[in-house]
Structures are given as structure tokens and as C-alpha cells.
Design a protein around this ligand. Structure first.
Ligand SMILES: Cc1cc2nc3c(=O)[nH]c(=O)nc-3n(C[C@H](O)[C@H](O)[C@H](O)COP(=O)(O)OP(=O)(O)OC[C@H]3O[C@@H](n4cnc5c(N)ncnc54)[C@H](O)[C@@H]3O)c2cc1C
Length: 387
């Protein structure tokens, strides 16, 4: 395609990560014409904890990707550690999460998209939104121009499109992140995500195969500088060192700077924000992919409403905006409290002490957050009685 190439379609999506691919697959199943643009060829590896919560697994199944058919490892709950304490929060009996290498998941979603004749995946870097008549009518890419009836930004946590469209953001800090996969000789015994709160580092161990697990670490800038040259040595010397005794690295070490921000709106000029482009929650919650998948499902509903009745556009996008704000608020409140506690040693020990003394409450909060259940389902009276 040369620079003057122009394409016109029903829906254009910038970003074929978790959210963009899921949305394209959902629209493709309805035979809606989609151009899906990403600057990189799949499988688009990047730093991620690779643990998918039950809520995200449900959406994957809806788009035709069966998580159990992909190499990975199930987890039945979360196991928290500090230097002095330990506490396990099990999921409900029927619920389980699954760790899947991000590259496997992206490849599976990409294959699903390629089965849809109405979806046209394009490799290009999107440079800016195109405004026409007070609305974003498409994107200008390095190699072409893409116009559509509905325009979606799914270009991840550093969304260029939302910033360029003039949306103001409230910055909520940032996290420096590292990841490395390890392979063990025998069968892996890791059926819960291990979360080590060793301020200024939090370490997450996720099963991603019968013999493989992933170690992700988050910290501040100085903490990152101190370990990034020899991350493996840091892990082996950390309180989680025993997990690495018979394990060897089996992937490339990657690092990432994750911005945490809250946009004032989730729709601008009619362009909908799917996934991290509409706000950065702290990766410590392990919910970003589930949020991206859930927002893709809601965006698919909004797109079909608009295509069915273009005059209803304003109402449909306003409803999407409100829904998105609620979803973001659900997690942002919790991640601010959690992050505040885990960034100090005293806070981490207090958190674990609280979990151990109020296990029912800790479990109820985890389920509300992980499953996006309304806070009104929380039994406040029980908390007061326990207190
Ligand atoms: C350290 C860490 C640990 C995490 N752990 C977990 C976890 O355990 N569980 C979980 O659910 N989530 C986790 N997350 C969050 C999760 O990775 C993200 O929330 C999720 O990937 C967001 O999906 P997305 O589709 O919005 O963006 P992405 O998956 O980032 O996709 C964005 C896509 O847009 C493309 N793109 C960007 N700019 C352009 C452009 N200008 N033109 C064209 N294409 C472009 C990129 O190439 C990319 O493919 C973690 C994140 C971090 C940083």
C-alpha cells in the first residue's frame, strides 16, 4: 500500500492487542466489515503477568477461544506473602483462572480474527485521528488513511490516539516492570498465583504451562535501576528464591514502564476507548486483560447499535462512556488502596495481618474486584461485626 492509499469501512480499530483482537473477532462473527490495524506483526510480545481471571476467560470463550486448549496452567486462587506472613485466598469452587503465555493468546485470537472474512488485518502505525465535522472519522497511518462509520482506539496504555484527540488525563503514577519465564525439570507445582509483597518490589509467579512459570516484578524507578541488569540474580536472592532453585530462564527478559492514568472521558469525537487506552489501572491487580476483554464485549454491543441506527449514535456512545467510567472506577478505587499499602513494608505486613484476621472479608473483596461484582453485594454489616 502506498501513502495515498485510502480505505473505507464500517469499523476501524487501532491496536490489535487483547482488546482490539477480541473486538474484531466479535464483530467479524456478525459479518461486520472491520479494518484492524497494528504496528507490529503478531504475536506482539510484551511485559504482562499473563494470569487471566475467571471474568476474562468467559469473554475468551465467547469469541471462540477455549483457554483450556492453549498451553497454560490453571490457578485456583491467590497466595500472598510478605517477609513475615502468608495468606491464601481461594476462588469459589467452580471458578479458576488460567495463566497463558501472552504470545499464545494473541496468536489464538489472531487466528480467530483471520477466520472472519469481513475482518481485514493491516500492519501499519497509526499516527493520528482524522477529525471531520466535529467527529473522528478515521485514522491517518504511516502507510494509508482509514475511514469508518465507527472508530475505536485500542492502542494500549500509552494511547497516542486518546492524547492526540485532546482528552485530559489525571496521572496516577507509574510502575516499572520486569518479566522473565522459567522452566522447571519436573512437573510444575504452582496452582495459585504467588504474590510476594517485598517492598519496594512486588513479585508475581504465574503458572503458564506444565513446566513453565512466569516471574513479573513491579517497583519504582530506583528499584528498577538496582535489579534490571541482573534480574535473574535478584529473583534467586529474593524471599521467593526457593522457586528458582531448579528452574532455568526460558524467555527473553523484557522491561516496561506502565503509566497509570484516568482520562476525563472514555469516548471522544465518537471514538470509543477499548482496553488500556481508556485508562491505566495498576497491573498488580492482574485484571488488565480481563478489563480489555470486557470493554471489547461492551464496545461490540455499542458498534452494532450504531450500525443499526446511526441517528442513535449519541445515545449509544454516551451509554458506553458511562459504563466504561463505572468499570474503571470499580478498579481504580481498589488499586489505589492496594498500591498505597504494598509500597511500604509496614503497609504490606498490615495488609497480610488484615487478610489473616478477616479471611472471609478478604475473600469477599477479592471476588467483588476480580468478577466486577457490584460493591453493594459486600456485607458491610459482617465487617462491622468482625471489627
Ligand atoms: C507488568 C504487568 C503485568 C500485568 N499482569 C497482568 C495479568 O496478570 N493479568 C491481566 O489480565 N493483565 C495484566 N496486565 C495488564 C495487561 O497486559 C493489559 O491490561 C492488556 O494487555 C491491555 O490490553 P489492550 O488491548 O488494551 O492493550 P495491548 O494489549 O497493550 O495492545 C495494544 C496494541 O496496540 C498496538 N499499538 C499501539 N500503538 C499503536 C499505533 N500507534 N499504531 C498501531 N498499533 C499500535 C500495540 O502494538 C499493541 O498490539 C499486566 C500489565 C503489566 C505491565
Amino acid at each position: 500500500m502506498n501513502a495515498s492509499h485510502e480505505m473505507d469501512t464500517q469499523v476501524v480499530i487501532a491496536g490489535a492487542g487483547m482488546g482490539g483482537l477480541a473486538l474484531a473477532a466479535m464483530l467479524g462473527r456478525e459479518n461486520i466489515a472491520v479494518i484492524l490495524i497494528d504496528k507490529e506483526e503478531p504475536p506482539r510480545d510484551r511485559v504482562c503477568g499473563e494470569g487471566i481471571m475467571p471474568m476474562g476467560l468467559e469473554v475468551l470463550r465467547e469469541v471462540g477461544v477455549e483457554p483450556a486448549s492453549l498451553p497454560g496452567g490453571d490457578f485456583m486462587g491467590l497466595e500472598f506473602h510478605t517477609r513475615g506472613q502468608q495468606h491464601t485466598i481461594p476462588f469459589d469452587a467452580a471458578r479458576r483462572g488460567r495463566g497463558i503465555r501472552r504470545t499464545s493468546l494473541i496468536s489464538a485470537l489472531d487466528a480467530q480474527v483471520r477466520r472472519c472474512p469481513s475482518v481485514n488485518p493491516v500492519i501499519d502505525e497509526v499516527l493520528e485521528p482524522i477529525w471531520e465535522g466535529g467527529r473522528i472519522a478515521g485514522f491517518r497511518g504511516r502507510r494509508g488513511i482509514y475511514r469508518a462509520t465507527v472508530v475505536i482506539a485500542a492502542d494500549g496504555a500509552r494511547s497516542r490516539l486518546f492524547r492526540q484527540a485532546g482528552v485530559r488525563f489525571r496521572h496516577r503514577g507509574y510502575r516499572m516492570c520486569l518479566r522473565l519465564h522459567f522452566r522447571v525439570a519436573g512437573r510444575l507445582a504452582l496452582d495459585r498465583v504467588r504474590i510476594g509483597l517485598f517492598s519496594p518490589y512486588d513479585i508475581y509467579l504465574t503458572p503458564v504451562g506444565e513446566q513453565e512459570f512466569l516471574s513479573t516484578t513491579m517497583t519504582h524507578r530506583d528499584g528498577f535501576r538496582a535489579i534490571h541488569r541482573d534480574y535473574e540474580a535478584y529473583l534467586r536472592g529474593s524471599p521467593f528464591g526457593a522457586y528458582f532453585t531448579d528452574a532455568d530462564p526460558c524467555s527473553r527478559q523484557l522491561s516496561w514502564h506502565q503509566p497509570l492514568f484516568r482520562p476525563e472521558r472514555f469516548v471522544v469525537g465518537g471514538m470509543l476507548a477499548v482496553g488500556d487506552s481508556g485508562g491505566g489501572i495498576d497491573p498488580c491487580l492482574g485484571l488488565g486483560m480481563s478489563m480489555a476483554l470486557a470493554s471489547a464485549r461492551r464496545a461490540a454491543q455499542c458498534v452494532t447499535e450504531i450500525l443499526d441506527s446511526v441517528p442513535q449514535r449519541e445515545r449509544s456512545v454516551a451509554e458506553f462512556d458511562r459504563w466504561r467510567a463505572r468499570l474503571f472506577g470499580h478498579y481504580a478505587l481498589f488499586d489505589s488502596i492496594f498500591r498505597f499499602l504494598i509500597t511500604s513494608r509496614a503497609g504490606s505486613e498490615t495488609l497480610l495481618w488484615g487478610m489473616r484476621h478477616w479471611p472471609t472479608t478478604a475473600r469477599a473483596i477479592t471476588q467483588i474486584v476480580a468478577d466486577n461484582r457490584p460493591w453493594r453485594t459486600f456485607r458491610w454489616r459482617e465487617l462491622l461485626r468482625l471489627a
